[in-house]
Design a protein around this ligand. Structure first.
Ligand code: DOR
Ligand code: ZN
Length: 345
């Protein structure tokens, strides 16, 4: 049976424009979003020229307005040298949060120095959340700083059983914490590494079965608030060299994988909607999108990648997997813009 869903929200994508448009750009990335059922996405700051200045932010806003097929918001970023620009950033309606990288990943904009992190948390005097990439011992440090400065914190891509446990404990004493999990951490384990080789490489790394089990439990007990794709496209060439780039695409596969979990009775449909719409909307104050919705048949199986991809990178770690509920139609502000695999505009 065909059902109607709200236009979904992905708060964590890397659309690569400007500066790395050989991997993705606002047109291809937003097309992948629409084909995957997402009509509002939030883009990360780790471009070659990072979104650490108002000029870089304005450039992204204008390029996206020109080219994108869906609504796009932005997370501002910091290396600790742009604190004076924070008020202008958080007052900008295109900005939804501040992203801090505490561990090495694409772009290498890492901040680990505690005194500097403390100043960053002090300076972000906004209700818009601080998003952290915090693996290992950086996670407790960031949770501590959020509570110390009474800031809202969103922990991106929780990937280990230990992280789930730490967040669960901290949530019991401080209620301004939210967190997200990625589909690749929910559906892949270290057992997939030899098969996927460089395409498996992502930050945070994919864990073992115990980690994956803890993530699913975290979804069911409410420790995990949202699913974020961390759509991080790299070319096939960049994934097959000696030191492959970190990251994998996710916008076109997230919904189908979660609807497969619904089909397998591992997840109720209403939790899928909480993870991909209600909670991201509430946590990041994403505006309403009038006359915008998506249709699909959640009982209908399909093969991931059977009709190709809209993402410029043209691959997925889930290529050939059975998923459910391929997006049939997307209505965006009253107009059907996508139907049965094709864009109508
Ligand atoms: O694997 C990753 N890729 N993790 C990140 O945090 C960044 C992303 C990217 O931008 O490629
Ligand atoms: Zn990311």
């Amino acid at each position: 049976m065909i059902v109607q869903l709200p236009g979904l929200i992905d708060i964590h994508v890397h659309l690569r424009e400007p500066g790395a448009t050989h991997k993705e750009d606002f047109l291809t990335g937003s097309s992948a979003a629409i084909a995957g059922g997402f009509t509002y996405i939030l883009d990360m700051p780790n471009n070659p020229i990072p979104t650490f200045s108002i000029e870089a932010l304005e450039q992204k806003v204008s390029l996206s307005k020109e080219k994108a097929r869906c609504d796009i918001g932005f997370h501002y970023g910091t290396d600790g040298n742009n604190l004076d620009t924070f008020p202008q950033a958080w007052n900008d309606s295109a900005v939804f949060g501040l992203k801090i990288y505490c561990n090495e990943t694409t772009g290498k904009y890492v901040v680990t120095e505690e005194e500097l992190l403390d100043r960053i948390f002090a300076a972000w005097r906004s209700l818009k959340p601080i998003l952290v990439h915090a693996e290992g011992n950086m996670l407790p440090k960031m949770l501590f700083l959020a509570r110390k400065h009474q800031r809202r914190i969103h922990v991106c891509h929780v990937a280990t059983a230990e992280d789930v446990q730490i967040i669960q404990k901290e949530k019991a004493i401080y209620d301004q914490i939210t967190c997200g999990v990625c589909p690749h951490h929910l559906f892949l384990t270290t057992d997939d590494e030899s098969r996927l080789s460089g395409f498996f490489r992502v930050k945070p790394p994919i864990g073992n079965q115990d980690d994956q089990d803890a993530l699913w439990e975290g979804i069911h007990d409410g420790t995990i608030d949202i699913v974020e794709s961390d759509h991080a496209p790299h070319t096939k060439e960049e994934k097959t060299v000696a030191e492959p780039a970190y990251g994998m695409p996710g916008l076109e596969t997230t919904l189908g994988l979660l609807l497969r979990a619904v089909h397998d009775k591992r997840l109720p449909m209403k939790i899928v909607l909480a993870l991909l719409y209600d909670r991201p909307k509430r946590i990041f104050s994403v505006p309403d999108q009038k006359d915008t919705y998506v249709t699909c048949d959640p009982d209908e199986p399909y093969r991931i990648g059977e009709d190709g991809y809209f993402t410029k990178c043209q691959w997925s770690p889930f290529d050939g997997w059975e998923a459910y509920g391929k997006v049939r139609r997307v209505v965006f502000r009253g107009a059907t813009i996508y139907q049965d695999g094709r864009f109508l505009i």
